[in-house]
Each structure stands twice: as C-alpha cells, then as structure tokens.
Write a protein that binds this ligand. Structure first.
Ligand SMILES: [Zn+2]
Length: 239
C-alpha cells in the first residue's frame, strides 16, 4: 500500500501518481494527479489545496470540514458496496415503485467478458486487431438490491445527457452519498422539506444518494438509509 498525500496513512493501492480519482477512506482526500504543486487548488477536492487539506485533517480529522456528514457516510450502507462494484459501472436491472413511496432498485455488477467471434465479423484485419484487444463489459452474476422505504424524491437521467455537478461533496464512485449538491439546493424549492436556522431539518436529516450505471444516472433524496443487499446468483443470470 502507498501513503495518502494528505493524511499519510497507507490507503492507496497504487502509487499516488497512478491513483487517479482514488478517495482516501480516512481523510476523504481525492488523490489529484493533475495539480503541479501542493498549494494549487484541487478541482477534485472542491478547490482545496493539498496543503490546506493537510491542515484541515490535523484540525478536523477530514480533508475538508465542509464534508460534515463524514461520520454518517462511514455508517452508510452505500460505501462498502461501492467497493464491491470494482472498476466498471454496474448495469441497471430494474427500478420500480413498491406500494407507498418505496423505491426498489436492482443493479448487476459489471464483469469483463470474453471476445466472441461475431465481434470480429466483417472487420478488416487492422480493425479486428484493435477490437481483439478490448473485452466487453457485461452484467455479472452479482446483483445489488437497494430499497428506499420512504424517499423524498428521485430522478433518473439518461447517462449520456447527465451533466456532472461540480459543487457536490461526494463520496463513492458508482454508489455515492453527497454532503452537498445542486439537487439538494433544488429540493427545498420543489418539496416542503425544510432546513431551519438552528440546523434542524424536516422531516429528518435527508441525504442525497447517487447511483451511476452504464446507461442511467439515478439520484435519490431520502431521510431513511436504504437497505442494501448483495446477492450472488449461481446461474449467472441477474435475478
Ligand atoms: Zn488520507
């Protein structure tokens, strides 16, 4: 393991110069390979420089104290499952409403498949040579079942048209929990949820959960933590 450049804990699986977009699970610094020096604001970390993040970590135990729900995020059922998904976006198997505002989402973890002869059919030799180097990404036999018992709102965007929200404080790669986001700002204009001056919230502390799949970008705002279960299906067919 290699040392995180912010908190110095050995949390990087690869050297820092190769750890593109890797988020340290201890200080939440997103390893930034694009900054020239430690005083340059890091786009990956909402404009905080590495030197600033180091000071923040010493003072607050986190690279950016704006990511206030750090402790909550640690408890989130989402983050551990995100690691199970590996390096490829999962596939959406189904998304449906069950009864009263219960949202049920099933994902299939992606696996790297084998090239099949029909992939090469009709291709000229140089093209076939290039294609042969790539492996198809397919839905695997591991499914992730996500159940929101009582959501406040959700949205589904076509992944091709979904624009990233640069303001968000995000943890997780494909399953994320956001400390802040434009969607959360918008929430209070289209629902009657409220954030009072004393910091209390109605109907309870809500969170923005993001799910990125091969073709869909799903956002759910809920004041209940979702139930997440991982199933391994022997047959190889997603349940
Ligand atoms: Zn760290």
């Amino acid at each position: 393991m290699y040392k995180c450049k912010c908190c110095s804990h050995e949390t990087l699986p690869v050297p820092p110069e190769d750890a593109v977009a890797y988020i340290c699970p201890i200080c939440w610094w997103e390893n930034d390979v694009f900054t020239a020096d430690d005083d340059e604001p890091s786009d990956e970390n909402h404009g905080i420089s590495l030197n600033r993040a180091r000071k923040n970590y010493i003072a607050h135990g986190i690279c950016d104290p704006r990511l206030k729900c750090k402790d909550d995020i640690h408890l989130s059922t989402f983050t551990p499952v995100d690691k199970i998904l590996g390096d490829h976006m999962p596939f959406l198997v189904s998304l449906k409403e069950n009864g009263e505002n219960e949202l049920h989402i099933v994902l299939s973890a992606a696996v790297v498949g084998e090239n099949t002869p029909d992939m090469m059919e009709g291709l000229t030799a140089p093209v076939a040579d290039v294609v042969s180097k790539y492996r198809p990404i397919l839905p695997g036999n591991k499914t992730i079942d996500i159940r929101f018992d009582n959501y406040i709102m959700y949205q589904v965007r076509n992944e091709s048209y979904a624009s990233p929200d640069r303001t968000e404080g995000k943890h997780g790669k494909y399953l994320s929990v956001y400390a802040e986001s434009k969607l959360l700002d918008y929430l209070e204009t289209v629902t009657n949820v409220q954030r009072c001056d004393d910091g209390s919230t109605y109907p309870g502390p809500w969170r923005h959960y993001g799910i990125r799949t091969q073709n869909q970008t799903i956002d759910v705002v809920s004041h209940f933590e979702p139930m997440v279960t991982v199933n391994e299906n022997e047959s190889g067919e997603p349940k």
